[in-house]
Design a protein around this ligand. Structure first.
Ligand SMILES: [Zn+2]
Length: 276
């Protein structure tokens, strides 16, 4: 065998060895990265489950500002013997006056999230709310899921239209809003973006009186029970509605709060909103 042939065979053997090493290396690397991928997949699944659990838990008790990051310029709500009463869907010409005079009687301040068509028909009531130290905010125009949640822009425009009417009528500058049926599941990331853009302060609640369902006055005890469960651990933001049946039984609730040393305060734009 000539030296040249010997050399070429040697080179061939070297090539085969290098190829073999490379193949083994590729297979090993492939396995490792596949494992890593599979591992990260199961981690993220686990993460999702944990996240879902949190969302579920938060939904039940209410969570502080999940829309956007925590704003250091806003004050957290007080916990302890402070209740923030809120009334949705008004004004209601039959219920509002009674609610307002009861609030005065018990030295209570509250927050009203109202619908544009109802506001336009009852501007005097809206002015009275603000004159008496209550807070006012938007609950939108249509209160219809198919309309208001059609797109982030339809949500923003319903809220902006309503706030414009409120602010003009009361010569104030409220950014308070409440999403019809609450922020879950409708307020997704694109909705959160317009909420941030338009400087809305979106409020959910921690106590659902269920006054829309318990119209016979049972909502009073339902509220008291939930308040007792949450007091000292969570801020107490109570959801009610401007309905004649709510007005008819509200005094019992206000009496309870007064007798038990609760202060009843309004929500303000300076506060860190409670969200599911
Ligand atoms: Zn509503």
């Amino acid at each position: 065998m000539s030296n040249a042939r010997k050399k070429s065979r040697k080179t061939n053997r070297m090539r085969k060895i290098v190829l073999g090493i490379l193949t083994v290396l590729f297979i090993t690397l492939g396995c490792i990265s596949w494992d890593a991928l599979a591992g990260s997949k199961s981690d993220s699944t686990r993460g999702n489950t944990t996240m879902l659990k949190h969302i579920f838990k938060d939904r039940k008790i209410g969570h502080q500002n999940s829309v956007g990051k925590k704003d250091p310029s806003k004050t957290p709500l007080e916990t302890g013997k402070v209740v923030y009463l809120t009334f949705d869907d008004g004004p209601n010409p039959i219920a509002s006056e009674k609610i307002l005079s009861l609030l005065d009687k018990y030295n209570a301040k509250a927050t009203f999230f109202m619908l544009k068509p109802h506001i336009e028909q009852n501007l005097d009531i809206v002015k009275k709310m603000v004159d008496r130290g209550h807070s006012v905010g938007s609950h939108g125009v249509t209160h219809q899921v198919s309309q208001i949640y059609k797109s982030p822009e339809s949500f923003a425009s319903e809220m902006n239209d309503t706030l414009a009417v409120i602010n003009k009528a009361t010569n104030s500058k409220s950014h308070l809003i409440r999403a019809p049926y609450g922020s879950k599941p409708y307020i997704t990331a694109p909705f959160k973006a317009v909420i941030k853009r338009d400087h809305f302060n979106l409020w959910d609640w921690t106590v659902d009186s269920e006054d829309w369902k318990l119209a016979n006055g049972a909502f009073v005890n339902n509220t008291i029970q939930q308040v007792n469960n949450l007091v000292d651990t969570r801020p107490l933001v109570v959801l009610m509605h401007e309905k004649p049946t709510t007005a008819a039984h509200l005094e019992k609730l206000l009496e309870y709060f007064q007798k038990n040393g609760y202060e009843m305060k309004a929500l303000h734009d300076s506060m860190e909103p409670i969200q599911f």
